[in-house]
Design a protein around this ligand. Structure first.
Ligand SMILES: [Zn+2]
Length: 232
């Protein structure tokens, strides 16, 4: 890379790796908006195009919509772009190696050179989220990376398991609104067949996110916060 290119005032690169397009925003959107504001380059790798690909809608059409939404959300957060790996749902691990995506993945990481990596936690309720953690940890070890490796929660309101891993608490009081705005970019569910989903599930998701960040804020003496656990 040319020297001149490196001279912009970046504080370094941060990489978020998540299973589905909206996971980054739900799990770490406030923190990522804050890091971007502070001058870090926030990059994103998304394993699949998203849950609930409907059999009567062409996969390519859904993918295009999800890519657009993810890019829009990334712009709102202040990120440096999104890369989709296009893994098939429920079979991340088989797909990852079979199609040589692992090599591509390593290439992307070498290019980004992250100082911090964020991904799903190992005990997430969603199997694709757990698979993502496993794959990221595997790559991390294989590549002998030195970046700080953190996990985030998407669905868990309260940690039932007592975690003994070091915590990273990010005060997101000033970026919580940005996170919610980014979350609104994911509205491809608005078609007649899933209007119910949009109304009920999406609002539920908003509410869950709000409560989670608020509770974390109260717990850590601030308005809103996102909490991460250090794995490596
Ligand atoms: Zn997900």
């Amino acid at each position: 890379m040319a020297k001149a290119e490196k001279e912009h005032k970046s504080k370094g690169s941060i990489l978020v790796i998540c299973a589905h397009p909206d996971d980054k925003v739900l799990g770490a959107g406030g923190a990522m908006a804050k890091y971007a504001k502070e001058g870090f380059d926030v990059h994103t790798i998304i394993m699949s195009f998203g849950e609930g690909v409907k059999p009567y809608v062409k996969r390519e059409i859904i993918s295009k919509t999800r890519i657009k939404e993810a890019q829009k959300a990334d712009k709102i957060i202040g990120g440096k772009g999104v890369t989709f790996l296009g893994l098939k749902e429920n079979r991340f691990e088989q797909d990852f190696e079979k199609r040589g995506i692992d090599k591509n993945f390593k290439k992307i990481i070498r290019k980004i050179r992250p100082t911090k990596i964020f991904t799903h936690s190992s005990d997430d309720a969603h199997s694709d989220h757990r698979a993502t953690f496993k794959l990221v940890l595997k790559m991390y070890k294989e590549m002998n990376l030195k970046a700080d490796f953190y996990t985030f929660e998407v669905w868990h309101l309260i940690n039932l398991k007592k975690r003994d891993k070091p915590k990273l608490v990010v005060d997101t009081s000033n970026t919580f609104k940005t996170k919610m705005k980014a979350l609104k970019a994911f509205k491809s569910q608005i078609d007649l067949s899933t209007f119910y989903n949009y109304l009920v599930l999406n609002n539920f998701l908003f509410l869950l996110t709000y409560i989670k960040d608020l509770l974390n804020g109260i717990k850590h003496n601030t308005k809103y916060a996102e909490v991460f656990y250090k794995v490596r």
